[in-house]
Structure formats: structure tokens, C-alpha cells
Write a protein that binds this ligand. Structure first.
Ligand code: G1P
Length: 295
């Protein structure tokens, strides 16, 4: 069998209320993390895993997003005329990345609903879902392992990471059992954003999924859950509970993940990523130390 060709689906239609007023006229996925919008990191991650076709689910303020992945001839011409190849490369990088498509979500009725909007574009192929709130360090491998695991088993694959039990109410939590592979667990059940005392474990779903198109049928009948929204976690719980199907497996990630979902984590992500960069780190690191000493 030839290797599977995956598409990527990136939901970016949330209201981003935690970042108001910055997100009043701009999707939160466009907020810069150092000098790139968060969503560009996510598209780059998909491309690095071999994906060439990316569908972004957009809400209001879609123009910012689609413009970012389009070319800007007048800016490119100016930079070319000036011979500024470094900036020219930066401008062109996002439009040259992949074959990028857009679909509107209309009403933001939850992550499950957003993923369902991808049905026509995805067709009969398996696909990856990447959420822009979670950035995975490009030096660590996650999506490639998940795609391989899906190809091997046909199961739905979620990325899991251990979090502080006090934080589990912010995530989908997984009830798991070990497999022969220490990095892979079988998911017996999933609960969306449980209270700490109700959580089956402190293994949280971080925003990476590899799914077969069978998930669409499940999503079509998934009723609104937590927060009155159609939850992808609830659809996956149904897949996990079906003894006749391929089930759900989790790839346990132990690498570097940056959360950009709320303001404090977003600031931490920028600090960490900037401190690590060769062009910014040498100037920033001593300053961080000086700054921290004065706190
Ligand atoms: C979504 C999912 C949740 C998952 C999280 C990862 O929640 O519903 O299961 O753990 O993404 O970032 P959100 O953060 O969009 O509320």
C-alpha cells in the first residue's frame, strides 16, 4: 500500500475573548508569537510532518488570516528592488508553505462543529487536526509519530501530555491503559474539562488529533456537551467506547509545548521562544536575569 496522504485541518474560528481587545478585529491565531502569527507555527508543523494541503476553518475577521497566507506583490517588489532578501524571504515564507484552503464556520458552536465543517474538503482521506493554542517545538517530534500510529492501526489518535492535576479542568482528560510501546496508550474513555476530582487521570489532550473520516458521522450526531458546544472529545469518547471499531490511542508527548491559550501562558511562550532564538536570545537572556533579579 502506498503511504497515506494526510490533509491538515486547523480550526481558527473561536472568538478569542481572553485576548480582547487585541482580538476585536483579528483572530487570536494571528497574534504574534515573537515575530510570527501563532497559526504560521502550526502550518509549519503540519508541513514538516509531510502535509501539503491545509484547511483553515475561519470565523469572522477572516481577511487577516487569508491575507497572511497570500502573496503581497507590492511589498515583495519593494523588498526585491531594495535587495533585502532576508525580509523578502520572511514575507514569502507563509504564502509558499502549503496549499492552503479556507472554509467558514458561521456560528462558533464548538470544536466538534468546526471539525465537521471540514467534511467536504477532507473527503475520504484521514486527516490531522491542529489547534493553534498549542505550539509544539520544532525540535521535538509529535505529529509524525501520530500519523504513523494512525497508519499502522487505523485508530483515532490524540496527543496526550501530563499536566498539573489542578489544570486538568482546562482540557479533555483521558482514561488510559498501557500498551507495549511506552509512548502510546490505549484510550478507554475521555471527559471534556472535568473537575480535578472527577478526572480519570492527569493526561490532557493537547491540540493534535489524527482522525479518519468516520469521525464526521459521529460528529453529526454528537449533542452539545460542555459549555453547550459540540465537543470533539465527546465524539472521540463514542469511538473509544465502541468495541467493534478501531478505538482511540494516545501518543504521550514529553517534549516542549507552548500554550498560547491565555494571556499568562502566551507571554511565557513568547519569552521562552525568544530566549531560545539565536538572533534574539543573546541580547535577551542577560536582560531577563537582570529583570528577574529586580522583581
Ligand atoms: C480544546 C479541546 C480540549 C483540549 C484542548 C487542547 O479545548 O476541547 O479537549 O484539551 O483544546 O488545547 P479549548 O482549549 O479549545 O477550550
Amino acid at each position: 500500500m502506498p503511504p497515506m496522504k494526510f490533509k491538515a485541518v486547523i480550526p481558527a474560528a473561536g472568538l478569542g475573548t481572553r485576548f480582547l481587545p487585541a482580538t476585536k478585529a483579528m483572530p487570536k491565531e494571528m497574534l504574534p508569537v515573537v515575530d510570527k502569527p501563532a497559526i504560521q507555527y502550526v502550518v509549519e508543523e503540519a508541513v514538516q510532518a509531510g502535509i501539503e494541503d491545509v484547511l483553515i476553518i475561519i470565523g469572522r475577521n477572516k481577511n487577516n488570516l487569508s491575507n497572511h497566507f497570500d502573496s503581497v506583490p507590492e511589498l515583495e517588489d519593494k523588498l526585491r528592488a531594495k535587495g533585502d532578501t532576508s525580509k523578502l524571504q520572511k514575507v514569502m515564507a507563509s504564502s509558499d508553505l502549503a496549499d492552503i484552503h479556507f472554509v467558514r464556520q458561521g456560528e462558533p458552536k464548538g470544536l466538534g462543529h468546526a471539525v465537521l465543517r471540514a467534511k467536504a474538503h477532507v473527503g475520504t482521506q484521514s486527516f490531522a487536526v491542529l489547534l493553534g493554542d498549542d505550539l509544539i517545538d520544532e525540535r521535538d517530534v509529535l505529529l509524525t509519530t501520530m500519523l504513523a500510529e494512525h497508519e499502522r492501526t487505523g485508530a483515532a489518535i490524540v496527543a496526550l501530555m501530563e499536566v498539573d492535576p489542578d489544570q486538568i479542568h482546562l482540557y479533555g482528560a483521558a482514561d488510559v491503559e498501557a500498551t507495549d510501546n511506552p509512548d502510546v496508550v490505549k484510550v478507554k474513555g475521555l471527559v471534556e474539562k472535568p473537575q480535578r476530582e472527577d478526572a480519570p487521570s492527569n493526561l490532557a489532550i493537547i491540540g493534535r488529533y489524527v482522525l479518519s473520516p468516520a469521525i464526521f458521522e459521529v460528529l453529526e450526531r454528537t449533542q452539545p456537551g460542555k459549555g453547550g458546544e459540540i465537543q470533539l472529545t465527546d465524539a472521540l469518547q463514542e469511538v473509544a467506547a465502541d468495541p467493534t471499531g478501531p478505538g482511540v490511542y494516545g501518543v504521550v508527548f514529553r517534549g516542549r509545548r507552548y500554550d498560547t491559550g491565555d494571556r499568562v501562558d502566551y507571554i511565557k511562550a513568547i519569552v521562552q521562544l525568544a530566549a531560545d532564538r539565536d538572533d534574539l536570545g543573546p541580547e535577551l537572556r542577560p536582560w531577563f536575569k537582570e529583570f528577574a533579579a529586580g522583581l
